[in-house]
Design a protein around this ligand. Structure first.
Ligand code: NAD
Length: 291
């Protein structure tokens, strides 16, 4: 790192709170070093209170951009000059690109999810998706899948404070894309089972399966799954969730955790800043080869 940094090094940030635990600085700095790119990526503890000054600093310091995470993904929008159409539909930004003082907001979680499937040679365009969860991750996944051409999305949410957000996602998809989205109550287990049995991909974006719910799954009966479907859990710690175990018990061929989405959302941001492909396999081996 010391050998790489000089008077020309271009800074990229990560603005969130809390953020010290993030893997993103290690991921991006290793990718810059591998490709010999003169960039450095640093994490900054930024809350809603100091966000306006932090965004101004991107222009003042001529940073190339920043990642944005909680609690700033929505609050940052009015501080930017332009929004990518997907970010506008999602209503959140996780990546900012600075083009000579003009700041554009993007969301790369959804494109990262779709790319993760492409990496496995899986094509869900024209297919039906059943999706549990309409929060941050679920919103980005549903909207990008609809933009890209998934034919139908059945979104299941429980009646909590994100129900209205899931409803908003369904309306936005139906108004702006050719995809047909419907909202379903997670409490209706018969409906949930039918929609899972009728889809090409079931995705869980609820976080059930990670701490403190690591011994739980929304689906507990392997007979709900078909062997030729895709089961994707956005959770990546633990690497194998209870949902994944149940899908594997059912003999499902394509079962994934959220690691690929996490890597590819980073790779999408990396490309927006540098115009270069992140060496994803190198980063995967470097950071996640232990399991
Ligand atoms: P969020 O709080 O915005 O949304 C959570 C969603 O899950 C909501 O729809 C909520 O209704 C539902 N939910 C929560 N607890 C539930 C329960 N016990 N039973 C049923 N439904 C429940 O959270 P988020 O930011 O969308 O994150 C959700 C998960 O996705 C987390 O595990 C997070 O780590 C993961 N995630 C992964 C990636 C990745 O790159 N792999 C990216 C973002 C988020």
């Amino acid at each position: 790192m010391n050998e790489r940094i000089d008077g020309h090094t271009i800074l990229i940030g990560l603005m969130a709170y809390p953020i010290r635990h993030s893997m993103s600085p290690t991921m991006h700095n290793n990718a810059f070093a591998k490709l010999g790119l003169n960039y450095a990526y640093l994490a900054f503890e930024i809350t809603n209170d100091n966000l306006p000054q932090a965004i101004d600093a991107i222009r003042t310091l001529d940073m190339r951009g920043s990642n944005i995470s909680m609690p700033n993904k929505q609050k940052v929008i009015p501080l930017l000059d332009k929004l990518d159409p997907a970010a506008e539909m999602v209503g959140a930004v996780n990546t900012i690109v600075n083009d000579h003082g003009t700041l554009t907001g993007y969301v790369t979680d959804g494109t990262g999810f779709m790319q993760a499937l492409k990496d496995e040679n899986l094509d869900i365009i024209g297919e039906k998706m059943t999706l549990a969860g309409g929060g941050g991750a679920g919103t980005a996944i549903a909207i990008q899948a609809a933009i890209d051409g998934v034919k139908e999305i059945s979104i299941f949410n429980r009646h909590d404070d994100l129900w209205e957000n899931a409803k908003r996602n369904v309306d936005i998809i139906n108004e702006n894309t050719n995809c047909k989205a419907t909202l379903h109550e997670l409490e209706d287990q018969d409906d949930f089972k039918n929609e899972i049995q009728d889809c090409a991909i079931y995705c869980d974006s609820t976080g059930v399966g990670m701490k403190p719910l690591e011994d739980q799954s929304l689906v507990n009966d392997p007979s709900w799954f078909k062997k030729d479907m895709i089961v994707y859990d956005t959770v990546y710690a633990p690497r194998t969730t209870k949902l994944m175990n149940i899908a594997q018990d059912a003999g499902v061929k394509h079962v994934y955790n959220g690691l690929s989405m996490m890597l590819e959302q980073g790779a999408e941001a990396f490309k927006l800043w540098t115009n270069q492909e992140m060496p994803v396999e190198y980063i995967r081996d470097l950071l996640f080869s232990e399991e």
